[in-house]
Write a protein that binds this ligand. Sequence first.
Ligand code: GDP
Length: 298
Amino acid sequence: SERVLGGLARTTEKLSGNLTGIVGGARLSPEQLDVIEDALILSDLGPRAAARIRDRLAEVRFDAGINDVSIKAAVAEEIAAILRPVAKPLEVTAFPRPHVVLVIGVNGSGKTTTIAKLAHLFQEEDYAVMLAAGDTFRAAAIGQLGVWADRLGVPIVKGPEGGDPASVVFDAVKAATDRGTDALIVDTAGRLQNKRELMDELAKIRRVLGRLNPEAPHDVVLVLDATNGQNALSQIEVFKEVAGVTGLVMTKLDGTARGGVLVAAAEQYGLPIHAIGVGETIDDLRPFDPDLVARVIA
Ligand code: GDP
């Protein structure tokens, strides 16, 4: 239901507040289209998605007239059209097992929590899961992932603080292979302030993985904090370059009026959106439902 999307509703209030009062006949005027385009940009949909939606709305015939209800429905439909092609749940498909999911993102984005939520989701689908604490740079990160692993009852492979992340990943893939684990979820460091080092670290992890299984990693999931608004987009840019991102999870959509950034990301990058985070507990990862999100945003 729309209630679970909690704070995304704040994006709604912001956008629909700015759409209120647009009335007319069958066609939107250029001035009304300007107002809509500005409202979309203010709601973090970004200039590209806003311009695309404007162009589409210019073609729409409102047979029953333009009012609050019809305009919101039309905007929701155009947002959904942008989101539908990127909605794609994360699936455990790899043979031979394990299916390896590398999780990347800046510190504070909700990476650790998202790993725990994904592990929980896979468990609910009856998969055997293992975690690898590949962010060896932060002792707190290893500890926190360990707490989640205990709570979920999933095995975790850790190395010493400051140890080599690639060696943790190597040990984890071996352990997962030996145990017949279905899904191995790997945490990684999120130190974007040292891009070169991070790039080398992720490249080394990929080399080690590739040696054990040429198909791995099967997914490289970038975790983005929606409260960062348009900055989330520049993170996609950088992580695509350093890590070869294959999909996104957007977190903290419960606490922000900046949910429109999902639409900007979908329009600009076309990367699959696997799920959205709507809270701090283990159950607060939702499948990405483009029509629901579009309705809530508009
Ligand atoms: P990391 O540094 O990227 O590993 O981030 P954490 O997983 O430790 O998360 C940082 C903070 O954001 C923690 O307080 C989490 O509880 C919180 N958090 C993570 N995901 C969400 C979410 O979807 N909604 C909310 N409200 N908080 C979240």
